[in-house]
Design a protein around this ligand. Sequence first.
Ligand SMILES: Nc1nc2c(ncn2[C@@H]2O[C@H](COP(=O)(O)OP(=O)(O)OP(=O)(O)O)[C@@H](O)[C@H]2O)c(=O)[nH]1
Length: 332
Amino acid sequence: MKLSPRALCVVARAPFRESFPLGGRDVARWFPGHMAKGLRKMQNSLKMVDCILEVHDARIPLSGRNPLFQETLGLKPHLLVLNKMDLADLKEQQKIIRHLEGEGLKNVIFTNCVKDENIKQIIPKVTELIGSSYRYHRGESLEFCVMVIGVPNVGKSSLINSLRRQHLRKGKATKVGGEPGITRAVTSRVQVCERPPVFLLDTPGVLAPRIQSVETGLKLALCGTVLDHLVGEETLADYLLYTLNRHQLLGYVQHYGLGQACDDIASVLKRVAVRLRKTQKVNVLTGTGAVNVVQPNYPAAARDFLRAFRSGLLGPVMLDRDVLQGVPTVEP
Ligand SMILES: Nc1nc2c(ncn2[C@@H]2O[C@H](COP(=O)(O)OP(=O)(O)OP(=O)(O)O)[C@@H](O)[C@H]2O)c(=O)[nH]1
């Protein structure tokens, strides 16, 4: 029997946390500060670039973008691609678009690079933007060169491959991976379309040197932009549990057969570990001698919880719901 989220809450009877303890977390340590080099290389390639295609994660459409992109690369026509739309709750898509418009971002496309959704909208938009740009100095060249930028692991390489599949019927040109930091250098140009001839430059993911807040850091980490162990798998799992409960996204209860929602990460991970048989024998010294006890493998359970979330098994999510709540629902 499937229980509705409301029913699951009633069963839980426990009030969920209204805030997440953010204090004492050293967010700077999670985000390596070695990314300036990548940004400099991008700047050096700017001369040959006609348009910037910025890819970001659709689950965090309003936070976590690198403000340095705007400062250093901001003179070119710009298209924001919000990728991984299959993992995002986009019920409030119009509100998101209005919020971004308020920040001056008028060109936004939502995509899913795994299923090639909305990919065909990109090249026409890029050509339109370049065509109407008064900064288009490369008039004699018929080729368009587009630089793909974004924070790590948002799907930049996947987008290039997806465009090639759609327009050239060709396979992978750039390496894709589930962890941040797969693309290490600005690549040579990759053709993604013949008419018009469009070439893309893939670039390494570059995070802002300073993250706005610990919460933004946690959202970025949930989306896989930093290696989990830098934040701590159990901390991340706890933030995930807090978010899911607060948003009444209780798919995890059914996914792990927990029976009821719970806001305590230790007991959730314990039950997940037992269910997945992720337990370990530990030798403990007691007053009567050494005994073997079975302990849940909390880190392994946390990893599974995060993996299930990231592959969409716990349902779509909008991690920027708090930011969106400040935006009026109806257009003025
Ligand atoms: N569900 C889903 N997963 C996606 C989508 N696009 C990419 N991915 C996955 O996200 C992960 C990262 O993709 P990449 O294309 O390597 O990301 P990147 O931005 O090039 O990563 P870096 O090289 O680290 O900067 C891979 O596991 C992809 O399969 C999407 O639209 N939906």
